[in-house]
Design a protein around this ligand. Structure first.
Ligand code: MRU
Length: 350
């Protein structure tokens, strides 16, 4: 596997995060010392990507709770405070279910240890957050092992946004099959959509793949149709922020358009997703909360004003791709084909 950036790790007493808003020109690590700094880092996308914000928020739970003076808190008050912190961290970004999944996991862990002292439970929470990094690495590598079976030598993959190492703890979801192919000595290239408005494709995917020695060609979002029409794309692989029980899924705005284009051109369209991104409590994609972000991301996206003063702006950060466009999901448990309603539920043992 390529040597990927360790952009998120626990360092003695704080969370160290690579500030992704500064990439690709600066690699500055931030020390996150408290829950408010963690919330801010998630909100402004210093750390982003569904699995990565989940892991960061697990550390945020620890950072929030460790400030409590243990003598003054009963076990039930401590759980109550944990629930409040979980709601606070989840409020930073609503679409990716991994954030809620991770903070709820910490709350459940606390509930499962009612007899421990607060210093003991804090150690347990910290250990759990640290273990979530290793767990995410294993999950992503497994996605890579299953996904690589869909690639032929010489394949060209189109991807949208960044579902690479920078979006997870280290190895990525949509890009993991590409790293697995590289490890096997296969030649695989990538078209990276630049991904307006925040340019995760050009700032992060192009950076990450180039650094890993994978041939990558950057295109603007509105070029995908032409590249497909010219038969330059063999398959599409994207990530997900939330998959619902019927196989609809939310991912970075623009993904839905790419899915329609892929279908029109007869190109397989895959969504790589860990089970932690699958929300079986929602029947279909219409129920996924879609984050809307500030208009300046569009009107001042390139460091200068690019739209008239006072213009009306609509800036949804994600869209929902209906399941009928999805050829298969690539998960850590294998490649899941339609019918999704049945086959996704089998992943969860029902
Ligand atoms: O707004 P972002 O950068 O957090 O959006 C990220 C995406 O849409 C990714 O494709 C998704 O989180 C999958 S990450 C493995």
């Amino acid at each position: 596997m390529a040597e990927l950036i360790e952009h998120l790790r626990w360092d003695e007493d704080c969370l160290l995060l690579l500030d992704q808003t500064l990439l690709p020109t600066k690699t500055d690590f931030l020390k996150i010392n408290c829950i408010e700094e963690c919330w801010e880092a998630i909100k402004v996308l210093r750390v982003r990507g569904a699995p990565a914000i989940g892991v960061a928020a697990a550390f945020g739970m620890y950072l929030g709770l460790r400030t409590l003076n243990s003598a003054d808190w009963s076990a039930s008050e401590f759980v109550e405070e944990a629930r409040k912190n979980a709601d606070y961290l989840s409020s930073a970004r609503p679409t990716a279910v991994n954030l809620r999944w991770a903070v709820d996991r910490i709350v459940r862990l606390i509930e499962a240890h009612p007899k421990e002292t607060i210093p003991q439970i804090l150690d347990i929470i910290k250990a759990e957050a640290i273990s979530m990094i290793a767990e995410d690495n294993e999950v992503c590598k497994a996605i890579g092992r299953h996904g690589v079976t869909l690639l032929k030598d010489g394949a060209m993959v189109l991807t949208h946004c960044n579902a690479g190492g920078l979006a997870t703890a280290r190895y990525g979801t949509a890009l993991s099959p590409i790293y697995a192919a590289q490890e096997k000595g296969m030649r695989v290239g990538v078209f990276a959509d630049e991904t307006r408005p925040l340019l995760q494709g050009s700032r992060l995917t192009a950076y990450e793949l180039q650094r890993a020695g994978i041939p990558v060609t950057l295109i603007c979002d509105n070029m995908a149709a032409m590249v497909m029409a010219q038969k330059k794309v063999d398959l599409v692989i994207v990530g997900a922020d939330r998959v619902t029980a019927n196989g609809d899924f939310a991912n970075k705005i623009g993904t839905y358009g790419v899915a329609i284009l892929a279908k029109e051109h007869g190109i397989p369209f895959y969504c790589a997703t860990p089970l932690s991104t699958i929300d079986m409590s929602l029947a279909h994609g219409g129920s996924i909360p879609i984050e809307e972000r500030k208009s300046e991301e569009i009107t001042h996206g390139f460091g200068r004003q690019t739209a008239p003063d006072g213009i009306n702006v609509f800036n949804p950060a994600f869209d929902v791709t209906p399941h009928r466009y999805v050829t298969a999901f690539i998960t850590e448990r294998g490649v899941v084909k339609p019918p999704f309603e049945k086959n996704l539920s089998l992943l969860f043992g029902s």
